[in-house]
Design a protein around this ligand. Structure first.
Ligand code: NAD
Ligand code: MG
Length: 399
């Protein structure tokens, strides 16, 4: 292996994004060396990854998971250090890798991502929830440490690719950018009548037509909350306000997003819907890396369709815009209530249409305040989760 290989830590290595990142890295032997992998409770897969990629460090959820991993690895454990819990995650995030892939799902990803940012290396951000919860704190931390933040979310990676070299998030208009358009597939219920949405099951919601993803983001895609979270994410990443951020439904998921310029130009990034494209882009940037992704066949595709989102059937998108416009703690409330509601829906304790109702209730109950630091944020997050759980319990009792 080359001495000057780029060191990579993957937070959330056993997830959909984590495994795609390892797939891309494995296509470039000698170029990358794995520093740390974290796998929470997916010990079987983490053990396989440890055998194959030989990280210096592996992190799991707790002591029990750590001994299970040690047992599964047996002699193959060699000199792999095994840590657990939040301290283990922070240690991995701060282990000085050249690149850290932040691919833990949900609020659990915030602290490790912030730890990696503080380290000042290159952060490949998939965990959009951390920007939604803590956008100002997160972007301040990036500015302070001088970290390079590259988006892995396909839409934001597309926007990044369509922005000019001289782009500054402090003054987007200076580079002629007038609008950012995020595309949305519309999810598995794009054409489902409103009257049938009440009855849809977690399995139906997780069967995305174009993308294979973790369960939480799959449900977010089905409610369009994923696009709402992405609007907030884009606003922080690119310094664009809600009035200059639009969502376009594009069922084929070929155009991943677009940037509009003052001269009438609109630039789009297109590729097959495969997360290995944005992952390879960010791992190699500014170089281009082979990603194992089939090139587009435009003639085979024949057509690309675009339409407006249906806010009546999918109120979560509007709630996200509302939270972005309210600012302060509102997006953190939106995110916390959404996480609770999605988890209740996956546990079959809340109907699909109840997700938006729970979030709306949480937003109505919470006063919008400025977030002065991580402790203030965690207090807001905790309070919103309590309100959401109460609303979920009431919805359950009424069924
Ligand atoms: P996933 O459920 O497949 O994987 C999540 C990873 O996080 C796993 O490695 C899991 O072990 C780990 N994890 C879960 N709970 C944890 C906890 N409490 N503490 C520590 N680790 C924990 O999810 P995913 O689809 O890979 O998504 C990961 C993130 O990337 C999400 O924020 C999602 O919104 C974002 N994202 C995913 C995709 C995609 O195509 N999957 C696309 C864009 C953005
Ligand atoms: Mg996305």
């Amino acid at each position: 292996m080359a001495v000057d290989a780029v060191t990579v830590t993957i937070l959330g290595a056993t997830g959909s994004i984590g495994t795609s990142a390892l797939d891309v890295m494995a296509r470039h032997p000698g170029r990358f060396r794995v520093r740390a992998l974290t796998g929470h409770r997916n010990i079987g897969l983490l053990a396989q990854q440890c055998r194959r990629f030989r990280p210096e460090l592996a992190v799991v959820a707790d002591a029990q998971a750590a001994s299970a991993l040690r047992e599964q690895l047996g002699a193959a454990c060699g000199d792999i250090q095994i840590l657990y819990g939040e301290d283990g995650l922070e240690y991995a995030a701060g282990s000085g890798a050249d690149i850290t892939v932040a691919a833990i799902v949900g609020a659990a990803g915030l602290r490790p991502a912030l730890r990696a940012v503080a380290d000042g290396g290159r952060i490949l951000l998939a965990n959009k929830e951390s920007l939604v919860m803590a956008g100002a704190l997160f972007m301040d931390a990036v500015a302070r440490s001088g970290a390079t933040l590259l988006p892995l979310d396909s839409e934001h990676n597309a926007v990044f690719q369509c922005l000019p070299g001289n782009f500054s998030r402090a003054r987007p208009v200076d580079s002629g950018v007038t609008r950012v358009l995020l595309t949305a597939s519309g999810g598995p219920f794009r054409a489902t009548p409103r009257s049938e949405l009440e009855q849809v099951t977690p399995e139906q919601a997780c069967a995305h037509p174009n993308w294979s993803m973790g369960r939480k983001i799959s449900v977010d895609s089905a409610t369009l909350m994923n696009k709402g979270l992405e609007v907030i994410e884009a606003s922080w990443l690119f310094g664009i306000d809600a009035d200059h951020l639009d969502v376009v439904v594009h069922p084929q998921s070929i155009v991943h997003s677009l940037v509009e310029y003052v001269d009438g130009t609109m630039l789009a990034q297109m590729s097959n819907p495969d997360m290995r494209t944005p992952i390879a882009h960010a791992l190699g940037w500014p170089e281009r890396l082979e990603a194992g992704v089939t090139p587009l066949d435009l003639v085979g595709l024949g057509r690309l369709d675009f339409g407006a989102p249906d806010h009546d059937r999918f109120p979560c998108l509007g709630l996200a815009y509302q939270a972005l416009r309210a600012g302060g703690s509102a997006p953190a409330v939106l995110n916390a209530a959404n996480e609770e509601a999605v988890s209740a829906f996956l546990d079959q304790c809340l109907p699909f249409t109840g997700i938006a109702t729970v979030i709306e209730t949480a937003l109505e109950c919470a006063e919008t305040v400025d977030l002065t630091g991580i402790d203030a944020l965690l207090a807001v997050d905790g309070a919103a989760r309590r309100v959401a759980r109460d609303a979920i319990a009431r919805a359950g009792a009424a069924q």
